[in-house]
Design a protein. Sequence first.
Length: 592
Amino acid sequence: MAFLHGVETIEIKKGAKTVKEVRSAVIGIVGTAPFSPADLSADNGLMLVTSQSDAAKLGDPIPGFTIPKALEAIHAQGAGTVVVVNVYDPTLHNVTETGEAQTIVNGQAALDYAPLDNLAIVNQATEPLTVDTHYTIDSYGKITFTARALNGVTEVLAEGSFLITGGTSNPGTNKLTSYPVNGVDILGAAVDWTTSNDNTAALVAAQINTYVSAPNYTAVAVGNKVTYKAVAGSGTTPNGFVGAGVIGGDVTIGTQVPMAGGVDEETASTSISADYDRFDPTTVGAVEIIGDIDGLTNERTGLKLLRMAYNTFGFRAKLIICPGFSTLASVSAEMGVLASQVKAMYIVDGPEGATPATIITSRGPAGTLNLNTSDPRFIPAFPMVKAFDLATETDELRPFSQYLAGVIAATDNNDIASYAASPSNKEIKGITGVEQLLQWELQDTSSEANLLNEVGVVCIITGFGLGFRVWGNRSAAFPSNTDPENFISVRRTADILHESVELATIQFVDKPITRAIIDSIIATVEGFMRTLEGNGRLLPGSTCTFDEADNPATEIAAGHLTFNLNFMPPTPAERITYKSFIDISLLSQLAA
């Protein structure tokens, strides 16, 4: 130390630090959406959706796209934070429909698919129709026509003419000041008289062609005759009108020919032909969803991009879903890899058409589905649910995973126990039914729902006045693993505790190892545990200890400290038993 002849104060900070609890109600989705709005996107392509307004920016729930419908399901449960990876690329995943014929019924027609770009429509008279002017179209390909668009229109240009005659005065002293047709001055400005009728006619024609009126007219001069026509396109070309030139001096307008021609309305159209680009969901598969890492730029896509959520937003996705794609074995395997890296749970759907027997069999080696695992982070979800589809205006089947993720996130936000509370026995909002009703009674150990729970599958039950409810507390770790971590809530509580403590410990990393630092770490961790005990997320008695056996001098000399965390999350009351006794001794009171 530097020499000092005097007094100084050295400030030493000790004691417990604050632990910030990491977010648990964060859902990570990889799928397809019509848009990737810049105001939601980070530089790396991750998108943060925190509200229904944000979700709307990704596009309507158009058939084939998975993200909008997933966000709709999540927000129906009241949950909020979603990290989105959109793998849709219009240059790779669009196809062109050409000459698609549709019938017009009651002024409306519906395209087979939702048009995304380059929409061109003609009616039966092969007249090009334009949006807004001739029709409106919604996001799902439903077209509503205007009255004009329903007619096969052949527009004949109305034509009239007049002669420039007379004129003995000096040039420039008299003018043709205006020439109204059907109340519209097609001249727009005065034209000086010249000594030549032919020259004046040419000047008048040029002025008509220069003046922008409504509607526009075109003119040509041949000798002293000016012939003018109304432009095409308005559908209201005047017919039978005669102009009336306003002049001065001895300038005169000679012979005038009334406008002839106009619009010829034909038979109303009954069909259209459409060309447009639309999304082809068959072009998106496991390769796009799993994603890749660029060896040169380190840019990531798909599930691999979700790994960057903490770097980008300061929190990780704690529930990972890939609705519509998780049934692929390669995708669910990659979801498991990511879940273990970020301490998350991943939810995998049973496919459309699966039965309880199929799901149960697939938990073993004889099954045909990708459900044979004991991963405590894996949540098998069955069956598919029904929800109303705005495009078809009917119920359609949708993955259960997106609704289950929403229920779990909503429980995290609304229950004081948060992630320590089980998602089971919570009502699912926003669905109209399930693909197949599971047989279930609360007391029946052989019911289909109970058999599914018995092999670690979360399912949906319903009963009189119950609505549709999540039913199941355990992950795929059960029944091979009987440790309490097979409870979804226990595994998630441990994850949140571990990550919160790890992140809080960064303020101690690289400081000199002293007893004060060790005590500060213990006080910090145990203080956080007391908080979790207070809101029911841990049972009382949690400790953080620094044991001599785990910390020999050689390890401390190497800069390595080891602490033991002892804690227990509450397990869900999955089974409640009443022991009933018929006590005949109670009959003795009748004689009293």
